[in-house]
Design a protein around this ligand. Structure first.
Ligand code: PEP
Ligand code: MG
Length: 549
């Protein structure tokens, strides 16, 4: 068995024969021509044919993947009509007396190199598009049809690279997955794969020879791995994973697009927890109503130095734009305890879980806090961002945060920098916060209960210590009563309360949470649809009558 790692562009497991796809390998020879105008006319005719082919591809893509994704073929048509591109081809034919094929290939190469050398990532990607249109015109000049050879059995296509036009021509019934050696996560090929919902990898360094072709393969789109000639154990494990995937897809079919509403009309928000913008794909796929917890500390933890305001702004803006108006709750930096950041040179502590973590760190290092707040307030212009402060124990802390927020807003205004004021809420994850939640509720826009820490601090159990697992009882009546109390205090003050700790995904408690009036559950993306199913099957009043006093 050989394992190669690339970048997964769409999750899911595909198991099947590997089929190496080699392009026509258009060897374009330079020929000397005598009649330049006839050659220019050949080029024009070929272009007309190529534009027609693109129209067919556009129509196919429109049906299969929608207008936005089909637009690439309209863009290709426009590129073919580009004055500079056409001028370059004709000029080469006329001044250098070369055949149309060679002039198109040379122009395609020049333009592709020019795009590839630009700083802008989006423009870099256009290099592949200009190569694609040039190849299409060359094929039209040679009179041979361009297209993927029809596979004889459903297989995993492996290729050096696939142009968008090749990707859309894939017969979905015959292609289990595709894997390319080249390609980036932002290329149109990757975008099309996502929309076609095929497990796919790009940037995968695997050999395109007999060691791959015809062998059995497994593509795992989530881990970005391809297993060539897998051993029995891997095959068995992956089949189980595939089975789970298909169950999830079934759930998706019945639950996607449905409201999170109980049989007696109680609505609840089902949001997703994420640690990285890479998770946004899963959030959308699982039909989350928003993001209930974006653990921003991972942005800090995965690097060698503190992320700048601009870097953070771009990340938050991207999340807000991707979620297109849905709420994105970004939790401010929660480091300390088990999450240490070397470059902040945090002091060693005897009891780090009870130490300078989360909001305590931010309040003692206001410059770091202010940088993050500036980025968050600036990004709020681009969508529905909400900010959430972790590890709150008192109203005093909230007031100190409010003072810093006021400073940040004043500075942004003075500097003429665009910002919007997001909703601001707090995490309820200490017993102290629970006990003063009636007071806290008057200060903030929402509560989100962090049951992981709430259990740790209430039961006096280190959540990191696996030896204590048998004592870590998140169903402890004390925890459930605290949740109920927090919800009640929130509602009395007219704000909403949710749960973003792991307990929120515990299906054995979903009905109990609904009975308590919990307004939101924020869980890992895969847990959303199973919870929706339970919500839709529940009648809260009947449940209360049957199980509560
Ligand atoms: C929690 O404590 O429940 C929580 C959601 O935060 P974290 O797990 O990141 O501490
Ligand atoms: Mg916590």
């Amino acid at each position: 068995m050989k394992i190669y790692e690339g970048k997964g562009v769409f999750p899911g497991i595909a198991i099947g024969r590997l089929s190496v796809y080699k392009k026509g390998g258009q060897q374009v020879k330079r020929l000397k021509i005598t009649d330049a105008e006839t050659e220019v006319a050949r080029f024009e005719e070929a272009k007309v044919r190529a534009v027609k082919q693109l129209q067919v591809l556009y129509d196919k893509a429109l049906c299969e993947v929608g207008e936005a994704k089909a637009a690439i073929f309209a863009v290709h048509q426009m590129m073919m009509e580009d004055d500079e591109y056409n001028g370059s081809v004709k000029n080469m034919i006329r001044t250098q007396e070369m055949n149309a094929e060679y002039a198109v290939a040379a122009t395609g190469d020049n333009f592709a190199q020019m795009f590839a050398s630009l700083d802008d990532d989006y423009m870099k990607e256009r290099a592949a598009d200009v190569r694609d249109i040039s190849e299409r015109i060359i094929t039209a000049l040679s009179g041979t049809d361009k297209g993927m050879e029809a596979a004889k059995e459903p297989s995993i296509i492996v290729a050096e690279d696939l142009a968008p036009s090749e990707t859309v021509q894939l017969d979905k019934d015959m292609v289990l997955s595709f894997v390319t050696v080249q390609g980036s996560l932002h290329s149109h090929t990757a975008i099309l794969a996502r929309t076609m919902a095929i497990p796919a990898l790009v940037g995968t360094p695997l050999p395109l020879d007999e060691t791959t072709d015809g062998k059995l393969g497994i593509v795992d789109g989530s881990s970005g791995k391809i297993y060539v000639d897998p051993d029995g154990q891997t095959l068995a494990e992956m089949k189980i994973k595939q089975q789970k995937d298909s169950e999830r897809k079934e759930l998706l079919k019945t639950q996607k697009g449905r409201e999170n509403v109980t049989r007696d009309g109680k609505k609840v928000m089902l949001y997703a927890n994420i640690g990285n913008i890479k998770d946004l794909e899963a959030v959308l796929q699982n039909d989350a109503g928003g993001i209930g917890l974006f653990r921003s500390e991972f942005i800090y933890l995965e690097r060698e130095s503190s992320p700048t305001e601009e870097e953070q702004f771009q990340i938050y803006k991207h999340a807000a734009e991707t979620m297109a108006g849905k709420r994105v709750i970004i939790r401010t930096l929660d480091i300390g305890a088990d999450k240490q950041c070397g470059y902040f040179k945090m002091e060693r502590e005897e009891n780090p879980a009870l130490g300078c973590r989360a909001v305590r760190f931010c309040l003692t290092r206001p410059e770091i806090f202010k940088t993050q707040l500036r980025a968050l307030f600036r990004a709020s212009v681009y969508g529905n961002i909400a900010v959430m402060y972790p590890m709150i124990t008192s109203v005093k802390e909230v007031k100190r945060i409010q003072e810093i927020v006021a400073l940040v807003k004043a500075e942004l205004t003075e500097q003429g920098i665009d910002y919007a004021e997001p909703e601001q809420g707090i995490m309820i994850e200490t017993p102290a916060a629970v006990m003063v939640s009636d007071e806290l509720a008057k200060e903030v826009d929402f509560f989100s209960i962090g049951t992981n820490d709430l259990t740790q601090y209430s039961l006096a159990i280190d959540r990191q210590n696996t030896k204590l697992d048998e004592f870590y009882d998140a169903h402890h009546p004390a925890i459930l009563r605290m949740i109920s109390m927090v919800v009640e205090h929130a509602h009395r003050a007219g704000i909403w309360a949710g749960i973003c700790g792991e307990l929120g995904a515990d299906q054995s408690l979903t009905q109990e949470f609904l009975a308590m009036g919990v307004d939101e559950l924020s869980v890992s993306p895969e847990s959303i649809l199973p919870l929706r199913k339970i919500v839709r099957e529940t009648n809260v009043e009947e449940y209360k009558a049957a199980y509560r006093i």
